[in-house]
Design a protein around this ligand. Structure first.
Ligand SMILES: Cc1cc2nc3c(=O)[nH]c(=O)nc-3n(C[C@H](O)[C@H](O)[C@H](O)COP(=O)(O)OP(=O)(O)OC[C@H]3O[C@@H](n4cnc5c(N)ncnc54)[C@H](O)[C@@H]3O)c2cc1C
Length: 418
């Protein structure tokens, strides 16, 4: 191989692996090097907080592709290749073992790092984060019937773990510093609907209260309780922290690549260095529909970014403008979200079937910017999909039409496009 002939991907996660695959399907016949640091072939993370914790799937079953895939597609997957630096002048990345790998085009797909609790006791045994396979395996060990599990953070990860811990017969307490759940993700009414379900299932959900410190057991080594800012304390057998993530931008920053809440890319996912792209959880990108820079932490975004960034590494110059889509499962409920409901100023609720609801988020001009469906998959999935198309059209819609279950969403497709 000549120097600088390889497509190199830093981060053998979901976006990195899908990009490697898409480079091949888009006709790239040269070298592809996929550099990971987890010691594992790329895998799907969503089941880690769902089926894996429920014991319905092994972590091996989360693998994205088998060994034959990498061999047959001549993808040089290296799973113990931590990248320590990007040398833009030499156009190569440096690895922790001293090797360097030259690139023709480089993709940074390093994902995001879960935030740690910055309080005394956060390092005690029995305190867990959830991002990777070893985290999920450690948490599974904790979910023994009758044990008390304290979950810090009422975001999607925290609430999913609450639901699985409950299903496994644990007592569950959720502690959230904000006044409500899912502050950045969905409007209050949607979050309230979900929290009601958790409370019905017996989860003790507490808002506007912070963790002051984690308390050790008699041995001093393992967590046994949580001291809260309201003066109360909770006894517990384990703590799981789900207080959000931060994009892993250190490599880019050190290399002088622009960062703005994530590695700043343009709408083709290219950084300020023409040879370097970024995609997935790690990047922020300008979105035509929302007329601002956004960063997403979701599976579908990593999938869709991979398809476009692979083509743009091959100089197709395509604009990324997919409408965001996210899902979560909690108890027997599916939650599907299209667009960015948090950008709405007004939320309209519609009953959907016997036990489901749809929530439409409109901006000040009644332009649909987000839609959330909560309940049975069969009762919400189709309408969330249509809402996704309406969001793509920048449709301005009368709230009463959205509210009325008799209005077929498809009939609104001809609504005024702005
Ligand atoms: C428990 C869990 C549940 C989730 N559930 C859902 C869900 O229900 N719905 C949904 O839409 N999304 C969900 N997500 C989010 C989704 O999994 C992520 O958005 C997706 O994994 C992002 O893909 P990525 O490739 O950008 O990052 P990642 O999958 O995190 O991959 C990044 C990879 O880069 C590696 N890396 C980092 N730095 C280096 C380095 N210097 N050298 C080499 N390698 C490096 C990392 O170790 C990692 O392997 C969930 C995430 C988690 C953790």
């Amino acid at each position: 191989m000549k120097p600088h002939d390889a497509m190199v991907i830093v981060g053998a996660g979901q976006c990195g692996a899908r990009t490697a695959s898409a480079l091949r399907t888009n006709g790239w016949e040269g070298a592809i090097v996929l550099l990971g640091n987890e010691g594992l072939a790329p895998y799907d993370r969503p089941p880690l907080s769902k089926q894996v914790l429920l014991g319905e799937r092994t972590t091996a079953q989360c693998t994205l592709y088998d060994e034959a895939f990498y061999r047959d597609n001549q993808i040089d997957l290296r799973v113990d290749a931590a990248v320590t630096a990007i040398d833009r002048a030499e156009r190569c990345v440096r690895l922790s073992n001293g090797d360097s790998v030259p690139y023709r085009r480089l993709l940074i797909a390093t994902g995001a790092e879960p935030r740690r609790l910055a309080v005394p006791g956060a390092e005690l045994a029995g305190v867990h984060l959830l991002r990777a396979v070893p985290d999920a395996l450690a948490i599974v060990e904790e979910l023994v019937p009758g044990r008390r599990i304290a979950i810090v953070g009422a975001g999607f990860i925290g609430l999913e773990i609450a639901a699985t811990a409950k299903a496994r017969g644990c007592e569950v307490i959720v502690i959230e510093a904000a006044a409500r759940a899912l502050m950045r993700a969905v409007p209050e009414v949607v979050a309230g609907y979900l929290v009601d379900k958790h409370r019905e299932m017996g989860v003790d959900v507490r808002f506007a209260v912070q963790v002051e410190r984690l308390v050790a057991d008699a041995s001093g080594g393992r967590v046994a309780g949580v001291k809260l800012s309201d003066g109360t304390s909770i006894d517990c057998d384990a703590v799981v922290v789900g207080i959000g993530v931060t994009p892993r931008t250190a490599l880019a920053e050190a290399a002088g690549i622009d960062v703005a809440d994530g590695i700043a890319v343009d709408d083709t996912l290219r950084t300020n260095d023409p040879h370097i792209f970024a995609a997935g959880d790690v990047c922020s990108f300008p979105h035509r529909l929302f007329r601002r820079r956004i960063r997403l932490e979701c599976w579908k975004n990593a999938e869709d970014h991979a398809k476009v960034v692979a083509r743009n590494m091959l100089e197709y110059g395509e604009t990324y403008s997919a409408v965001p889509w996210f899902w979560s499962n909690q108890y027997d409920m599916t939650i599907q979200i299209a667009g960015i409901p948090a950008f709405g100023t007004n939320t309209v609720t519609r009953d959907a079937g016997k036990s489901s609801k749809l929530f439409f988020a409109l901006d000040g001009d009644n332009v649909l910017v987000g839609a959330s469906g909560v309940g049975k998959m069969a009762e919400i999935a189709k309408d969330v999909r249509i809402a996704q198309e309406l969001i793509a059209q920048c449709s301005r819609i009368e709230p009463r039409l959205l509210e009325d279950p008799a209005t077929k969403l498809r009939s609104l497709m001809s609504a005024e496009a702005t």
